[in-house]
Design a protein around this ligand. Structure first.
Ligand SMILES: Nc1ncnc2c1ncn2[C@@H]1O[C@H](COP(=O)(O)OP(=O)(O)OP(=O)(O)O)[C@@H](O)[C@H]1O
Ligand SMILES: [Mg+2]
Length: 251
């Protein structure tokens, strides 16, 4: 669904993403875990087509992002960490505009789809309100509605739980699981192992632009138990229930 091979991004002399290879299968929720500055957002922005890699290849739903960007982007829903919304539009106007970007019209059942998603994310009563009156968490929910509107094959989401209250976080986790059961591939970045463990089928750990390990939590545990693996100090911290801040400090 989402495949990266040997993807590199440099900013001047600094390599933010260093030969990242990772794949998200249909029906898989893949956690992208790493400390601040690890390269998660940079990787995700490349997948969304907002940043051009210096090297490597990105496939979305088998479409090469470089060779066939329109087909690749049509297959993808993108939820950024800092969403940009048009504040003078209502929720419905924004979703209609967003649907229009993907060629969706009323005859495609756009109105019903908008209603369905606003209900799902529990903001249906805000349908006709201006976005400028939305709280951060409500804006986050609206961005999620937009990302799923065109029924993408794959979704990439940068820190989905930030700013959501427990009910919002629960809604999102349940929705992701339901979508993955229908075959969608989801890549989500997070700082929280707890979130990754609860929601994700597999996890990739990124540090200083490099993938240290990928696999199920059980796979990673086995790796960490093998001697001298770079993951060991991280995983000891992870399994000790401490946050990534502490993990970062050990590296
Ligand atoms: N436009 C840019 N120009 C220069 N350096 C950048 C740029 N964007 C990102 N970087 C650098 O690339 C590195 C990776 O940043 P990135 O935002 O991808 O990290 P992250 O894993 O998303 O971190 P966080 O958990 O804080 O969101 C950082 O050192 C950052 O300073
Ligand atoms: Mg980030």
């Amino acid at each position: 669904m989402i495949e990266l091979s040997e993807v590199v991004k440099r900013f001047g002399g600094f390599t933010a993403v260093d030969h990242v290879t990772l794949s998200v299968a249909p029906g898989e929720i893949h956690g992208f875990l790493g400390p601040n500055g690890a390269g998660k957002t940079t990787t995700i922005r490349m997948i969304a087509g907002l940043l051009k890699p210096n090297a490597g290849r990105i496939l979305i739903n088998s479409h090469d992002l470089m060779l066939d960007p329109t087909a690749a982007k049509r297959s993808l829903g993108f939820i950024p960490d800092r969403p940009f919304l048009y504040e003078k539009l209502t929720a419905e106007e924004f979703l209609r505009f967003h649907g229009g970007l993907y060629g969706l019209e009323n005859r495609d059942g756009l109105s019903d789809r908008i209603s369905e998603l606003l209900e799902l994310f529990d903001i249906a009563s805000w349908r006709s309100e201006l976005i400028e009156s939305f709280s951060h968490g409500m804006q986050q929910r609206l961005v999620m509605c937009a990302a799923f509107l065109h029924r993408p094959a794959a979704v990439v989401v940068d820190e989905p739980m930030v700013g959501l209250d427990p009910r919002g976080a629960r809604l999102v986790k349940d929705f992701f699981r339901r979508m993955s059961r229908k075959g969608m591939g989801i890549l989500m970045s997070t700082h929280t192992l707890e979130v990754a463990q609860e929601v994700c089928d597999r996890i990739s750990i990124i540090h200083r632009g490099r993938i240290l390990a990928s696999g199920t939590v059980a796979d990673l545990r086995a790796l960490a138990q093998s001697e001298d693996h770079a993951l060991t100090p991280i995983f000891l911290k992870l399994t000790g229930g401490e946050g990534l801040q502490e993990i970062h400090e050990t590296l």
